[in-house]
Write a protein that binds this ligand. Structure first.
Ligand code: PLP
Length: 465
């Protein structure tokens, strides 16, 4: 029998189990169309063997049509393995959440909550109270407010405290953080006027003092985040800046971005990172930072500081437009509770990745190499290197780490990297000296085996696909 004739009819094909199930999910018309396309593909030679039985052809068409239909409703947002060694990787969704945070999100997401309901009064309550007690306890601030992200925190702070007046900023801090967050643009959107002082590399206390007038609303300090100017530089101590601001009864606001809480003793990798606690102690009246950078929580923007100022910010109408949702509050409160006790901090993935000794990372790398042994033609080597905290934290900070470099005769480093990105789950790595480099500091123990499988299939020759 010629293969052409061996194709079952569309009606017969639609009786196959996967397509019957697909009709329930996608409707008869869509499944019929997909089945026709799969049958056409078979006729066009998409499957090689010429003397297939009718049943095997039917199975091939069934699988192909079902896969096409499933791909249509597959989520675009997927879990990936971060083998870059950048702990807070904005493109990869920043902080993975702690198991405790995920569990609390699960409980809150599944039912009703007291999000805006005061259980004592039996009446409408305020969303803004959530997270505040824990944030104040951790940072020593009088008051706190949580919004959607730190860009929003900076925007509402400036809108509430400085619209229609001037904000003094050093020219050395008029930075773009990335993702389109530019300090001058946020200032313009808030309705405040930028008053630049100093130069790109040097700004002195006297420059700030000379710029203060009756139009001044506040002094803004911005964490330089993702870059550092080396050499002939100067900027006043935060405490000096606070003294100037307070002499003129102006608030000092710091946009700290990375949100390092500040611990005693400090972490070696973050010894030079300015912390929220330091900033408040040095005299900042308001500090804003992200919840999903070094805090290791959900995407949120956090405002902490003086009670009267936080209240004024909380009353600004823009806050309604950038409010945090209940899932973010749930994840944030659970993460903050872990920070509150030093033995539980290791349960915060970001903290764990920042502090894991290199020997722990090397053991993980050795496990990966074990899994890779004896597989496809593949050379891998264990090497030492450096991970980075990322996320706008100290750009020069480096954490010693263990790397696995992978090479294969079948693919160039760039091609292997691309095939890794197409794997399931996708793997994002980096390329250095013409090798694909996997940094195990940012790979969870539970993902090592999946990573090995992805590397093996990506490294295989094309015909073995
Ligand atoms: C990251 C960062 C921001 C932006 O914070 P998002 O939470 O991404 O909105 C703003 N300012 C500084 C200094 C930052 O580092």
């Amino acid at each position: 029998m010629s293969p052409r004739r061996a194709i079952p009819s569309i009606d017969r094909l639609l009786e196959r189990p996967a397509l019957v199930a697909a009709i329930i999910r996608h409707g008869r018309e869509a499944v019929t169309d997909a089945t026709r396309r799969a049958a056409d593909a078979w006729r066009a030679g998409a499957s090689a063997a010429p003397d297939e039985t009718s049943d095997r052809i039917g199975a091939w068409i069934e699988a192909r049509a079902a896969a096409e239909l499933d791909a249509r409703i597959a989520p675009s947002l997927r879990a990936v393995i971060n083998a870059t060694g950048v702990v807070i990787h904005t493109n990869l969704g920043r902080a993975p959440l702690a198991a405790e945070a995920i569990a609390h999100v699960g409980r809150i997401a599944a039912g009703y909550t007291n999000l805006e309901y005061d259980l004592d009064a039996g009446a409408r309550g305020r969303r803004q109270i959530h997270g505040e007690r824990l944030l104040c306890r951790l940072t020593g601030a009088e008051a706190a407010l949580v919004v959607n992200n730190n860009a929003a925190a900076a925007l509402v702070t400036l809108a509430a405290l400085a619209a229609g007046r001037e904000v003094i900023v050093s020219r050395g801090e008029l930075v773009e953080i990335g993702g389109g967050f530019r300090v001058p643009d946020i200032l313009a959107q808030s309705g405040a006027t930028l008053r630049e002082v100093g130069t790109t590399n040097r700004t002195r206390s006297a420059d700030y003092a000379a710029a203060i007038s009756d139009r001044t609303a506040l002094i803004l300090r911005v964490h330089p985040s993702n870059f550092r100017i080396e050499g002939f530089t100067e900027r006043p101590d935060l405490a000096d800046l606070a003294a100037i601001a307070h002499r003129f009864h102006l608030p000092l606001v710091e946009d700290l971005g990375s949100g390092w809480i500040g611990l005693e003793p400090p972490l070696p990798s973050l010894a030079h990172e300015s912390s929220v606690v330091d900033s408040l102690q040095a005299g900042s009246d308001i500090v804003t930072f992200s919840g999903d950078k070094l805090l290791g929580g959900p995407q949120t923007g956090i405002v902490v500081g003086r009670r009267d100022l936080v209240s004024a910010i909380g009353r600004h109408p823009l806050v309604r437009a950038v409010r945090a949702d209940k899932l973010a509050y749930a994840a944030l409160e659970a993460t903050l509770a872990l920070w509150a006790k030093s033995p539980s901090r290791g349960a915060i993935p970001v903290f764990d990745m920042l502090t894991a000794p290199v020997a722990v990372v090397a053991a993980r790398a050795a496990r990966l190499i074990d899994y890779l042994k004896g597989g496809a033609a593949l050379t891998c080597r264990l090497e030492r290197g450096a991970s980075t905290p990322g996320g706008g934290s100290a750009p020069e900070a480096a954490i010693p780490t263990a790397l696995v470099t992978v090479t294969t005769p079948h693919h160039s480093a760039a091609a292997l990297h691309e095939r890794l990105r197409q794997a399931t789950p996708p793997v994002v790595a980096r390329i250095s000296d013409d090798h694909v480099v996997l940094d195990l500091r940012t790979v969870r123990d539970a993902d090592v085996e999946a990573l090995a499988l992805a590397v093996r299939s990506a490294a295989a020759a094309r015909s073995e696909d």
